[in-house]
Ligand binder design. Sequence first.
Ligand code: PEP
Length: 254
Amino acid sequence: MRVPMIAGNWKMNTTVSEAIELVNELRRGLDEIDNVDKVICPPFVSLATVRELIRGSSIKLGAQNIYFEAKGAYTGEISPLMLADLCEFVIIGHSERRQYFNETGEMINKKVQAALRAGLKPILCIGERLEENEAGRTEEVITEQLRSSLAGIEHLSGLVIAYEPVWAIGTGRAATGKQANKTISFIRRIISQKYGKEIAQDLRILYGGSVTADNAAEFMRQLEIDGALVGGASLKANEFLSIVKQTSEIKQVT
Ligand code: PEP
C-alpha cells in the first residue's frame, strides 16, 4: 500500500513572516487529515522557523533544491548535510531549475545521490516540454530523464517521483487525469525494469502541473497517481487543505 502524498512547492514566494502566517493557517487543518503524507516546501530562509512551528504535528518539511557537495567554498549553496538537519524531503530536478539554472541530467543525478547519502528523500521531478509532447516524444524524454537521474543509484530509499509535464506547470493548463495516469504507469514500468516489480509497486509517483482544489479529484481517482506536487495552489491555505482532504477521502476508497 502506497501512502498518498501531497507536497506544496512554495517556490520563491513568502517572506519569513508570510511563511509563519501560512503555516499557522495550515497547521490545524492539515493535522486533522489522516492517510496522506502532507509536505510543505518553503524557501530555504524559512525552513528553520517552519520546522519549529510544525514540531509535534503530522506535517513534514521539504526543501526546494540542494547542492551536491557536502561542504566547502561554494558561496550561496546549501549542502545535503545542512538540509538533513532540518527536513525530510528535497525537491530535485524541478523544470524551473532545469530551464532557468541550466541543471543537466548529470547534475540532477549528483544531487539525488548526495541527498540519498545524507538520508534525505528526494522528490525527483521529470516531465516533457510542450514541443516534445506534441511530437509524441513523451515516453522517450521520460526514459532518458529517468536513466540519467538514477544512474548508479541502487537503492531508492524513500525517493518519490513527480511527473510534471512542463507545459502544465504554472500555466493553468493541467494534463487530464487519464493522460497523467498513462505516463505515470509508464514511469512505473521503467522503474520495474530497473529495480524490480516490488520496488516499483512501492514507489510513490505524484502528478504535478496546475493542480487546484477544482481538478484534484480527477487526478486522485487515478490508480497510478499517488498524490500531487502543488505549486501555485499551495500558497492558499484553503485551497491546499481542500486538495489534501479530497486526496484522503478518495484514496481511502480507491
Ligand atoms: C510545481 O511547482 O511543481 C507546480 C506543479 O506548479 P503549479 O502547481 O503552479 O503548476
